[in-house]
Write a new protein. Structure first.
Length: 509
């Protein structure tokens, strides 16, 4: 046995585990054989992660010196993945104080390395002239480098991955506006990087030699203007050609309001990001390769990074909220703790009723839906929708069911397909009719805290383009009839189910 095998696994402290990068870094560190401790203000927010049972959690805040000191005990590598962006106008002061506390606690605890993910800054612009966002990122990196603990500062520009605020801003702007009047910053050159490459370098930085204490630029192979990024995004996403007209008088401050209006990215985040886009952010060195060599095929180019992020994002706010991603463990896929606005718009129609029947009886009705049993509401509306779908070249309602009583994943069910089934509890159907977007219907049989049976129903729609949004708002007035009627009639059918079953059993006897 190698003597190294007797050494305890590296203990990594991850701050920001409830955030975008941190939530993806934790499983990557675990897969690399490290132990992980997460510092979070609300540890309960971590429970939805599939790795929650494999990590230690520490309650605390990076601005609270006592809690940071407690979390640092026994730590080998400390990841600093938090910032106060969007917390108010004094976010620079908050970032400064938090970084100082973190560095001092790491030095006192004997931590052997700090790893920080910051922002890529232009080399020819003095720090005082940077946007507040980039200036704060740069300052935090400098504080950690001066902490007395060997530190790796990774500087990245736009991170390409679903849930990243920069990527989602790009995505919303491109998808929602076929013709865009844009600020002059659309001509700024940027070197984006795929989230997979960011995570690969973050993990690899844990094993850097003790004498390394410096910043590294990290980026993908493509250098593009923001306009080129929007154009190429549209092409990868199979969107019609986008027309971009830049307007010089649209200042970063004004454009942040414009971004906030067009996209659901919070204005508090949009403003510092748009202000940062006036600076060219291109890597000036690739020294990270000496310590974390890129495997074949890395770093990933812009088009492939967008393609990977979109592979599941179009199903994401349904599937990845509750299921594993189509590419298990793919760090670019959305997570349950991503921001509500990440992954694109998702319209929902939610219905919930108490059912005077057993959960088993309710489940029999749910599993028997469709085919000859119909959809428990306004049969003419469903029939018309089926006819319209066939006229548009879709499957219509003609497919019926494979089995009259049982369903399994992959079954076709009229113009739906069974995407997920948890016997006795959950049926999730994905629409296969012609739609300007993606749609799901989720039916659940649950029990509340008082032991009563609850029927929960959700219709979900992820629109594509303006036509998708228009479609949802045009049909939403009918939802109370179609989906409301469905919920009520399924509940009534379940209430009749036990009596009917008992009669049938009596007649057989």
């Amino acid at each position: 046995m190698n003597a190294d095998d007797d050494r305890p696994a590296t203990l990594c402290l991850v701050t920001g585990a409830t955030g975008y990068i941190g939530g993806r870094l934790v499983p990557e560190l675990l897969d690399a054989g490290h132990r992980v401790r997460c510092l979070a203000r609300s540890p309960g927010k971590l429970r939805d992660h599939p790795w929650a049972g494999r990590v230690e959690t520490a309650r605390g805040d990076v601005t609270d010196a006592a809690s940071v000191a407690d979390a640092m005990r026994g730590v080998d590598v400390a990841y600093y993945l938090v910032h106060a962006l969007g917390s108010g106008e004094d976010f620079e002061a908050t970032d400064r104080e938090a970084a100082r506390i973190f560095g001092e606690a790491a030095r006192a605890a004997g931590v052997r390395r700090i790893v920080y993910l910051g922002g890529l800054t232009p080399s020819d612009v003095p720090e005082s002239a940077l946007s507040p966002h980039l200036r704060s990122r740069s300052e935090v990196g400098r504080i950690l480098l001066d902490s007395g603990v060997p530190t790796t500062v990774l500087r990245a520009a736009v991170v390409l991955g679903s849930g990243s605020v920069s990527f989602e801003m790009l995505r919303y702007l491109t998808e929602r506006l076929p013709v865009m009047v844009t600020p002059s910053w659309v001509h700024t050159r940027i070197q984006p990087v795929a989230v997979r490459d960011v995570l690969r370098v973050l993990v690899g930085s844990a094993d850097m030699p003790a004498d390394v204490n410096r910043a590294f630029d990290i980026g993908g192979p493509d250098v593009l203007t923001y306009r080129e990024m929007m154009t190429r995004y549209a092409r990868v996403a199979d969107l019609p050609r986008r027309y971009v007209v830049s307007v010089p008088m649209l200042t970063p401050r004004l454009s942040s309001h414009w971004v906030g209006l067009v996209t659901p990215v919070p204005a508090g985040l949009a403003r510092p990001l748009t202000e940062s886009l006036r600076h060219e952010v291109v890597c000036h060195e690739n020294d990270i390769e000496r310590y974390v060599p890129a495997p074949p095929g890395s770093p990933i180019g812009f088009d492939e990074a967008v393609r990977l992020a979109l592979r599941r994002i179009r199903q994401a706010d349904v599937a990845t909220r509750w299921l594993s991603a189509s590419l298990p463990g793919a760090p670019s896929d959305p997570l349950p703790t991503d921001p509500d606005w990440a992954g694109g718009s998702l319209y929902t129609d939610h219905r919930e009723l108490t059912v005077p029947a057993s959960r088993e009886a309710l489940w029999r009705v749910i599993e028997g839906i469709g085919g000859d049993n119909g959809w428990y509401s306004f049969p003419l509306a469903w029939a018309v929708r089926g006819w319209l779908d066939r006229l548009a070249g879709g499957v219509g309602l003609r497919r019926g069911r494979r089995d009259a009583a049982r369903l399994r994943v992959g079954d076709s069910l009229d113009f739906w397909r069974v995407e997920e089934i948890e016997p006795g509890r959950l049926l999730r159907l994905r629409a296969e009719m012609r739609l300007p977007g993606l749609a799901w219907l989720e039916l659940r049989a649950d029990t509340d805290d008082d032991g009563r049976t609850r029927y929960r129903q959700r219709a979900l729609f992820h629109p594509q383009g303006l036509l998708g949004h228009a479609y949802w708002w045009s049909v939403s007035p009918f939802h109370s009839v179609v989906f409301g009627g469905m919920a009520r009639n399924i509940a009534r059918a379940a209430a009749r189910e036990p009596a009917r079953t008992a009669d049938e059993h009596a007649s057989v006897g």
